[in-house]
Design a protein around this ligand. Sequence first.
Ligand SMILES: C[S@@+](CC[C@H](N)C(=O)[O-])C[C@H]1O[C@@H](n2cnc3c(N)ncnc32)[C@H](O)[C@@H]1O
Length: 220
Amino acid sequence: MADAQELAENQRRHWQDTYTAHPGMYGEEPSAAAVHTSRVFRAAGARNVLELGAGHGRDALYFAARGFTVQAADFSGTGLEELRRAARTRGLEDRVTAVVHDVREPLPLADASVDAVFAHMLLCMALSTKEILAAVDEIGRVLRPGGTFVYTVRHTGDAHYGTGVAHGDGIFEHGGFAVRFFDRDLVDALAGGWRLQEVHPFEEGELPRRLWRVTQSLPR
Ligand SMILES: C[S@@+](CC[C@H](N)C(=O)[O-])C[C@H]1O[C@@H](n2cnc3c(N)ncnc32)[C@H](O)[C@@H]1O
């Protein structure tokens, strides 16, 4: 079992290596979560979107193609290189910027400067409860009043929960990927001070991964 800092560094290396070996590992099509979220953001009147944990950009590019201005962040520069390449290929480079950023650090953005935030399978990475709470505080800081945050996370109903290498704080590792499995108490804790609009269960991929899609917004 690695300590928290060692685990975080191992994971960053693992994601770098994974995107080097499989630059477009999640495919070119957007996730179902992003397709739904694009409609939610549009209905809320959002124009610019911050995506955290964007990886190689299947969803960031979808938001851009739907007319949003997108700031994409991930701690893997390799993933973001692929995102930039794909943005150029699709003629979307004017709508998407990409920045290497570890979600455990403060966001390099001004207060109340973004309309909407999306994070698909980021908060369920190798993050402690304290780091997750701090990240959501930061998201609340950069979102404008009334802004919408949609995130997805694997939860304790997932087949991998409680199996593989245990790292503590609900984190279990399979095939080199460490995942933090959410319980409902954590979702509720992250909604403190927000308006919790929806906790929607869904599945993705072959296992299948079992996830919640959570929608919450700031008071106006
Ligand atoms: C399960 S993948 C999902 C990628 C993308 N959201 C998608 O669905 O195509 C998780 C992503 O989070 C990134 N990530 C993991 N831990 C991170 C951290 N501490 N800070 C920023 N990004 C992180 C990984 O590099 C990876 O791209």
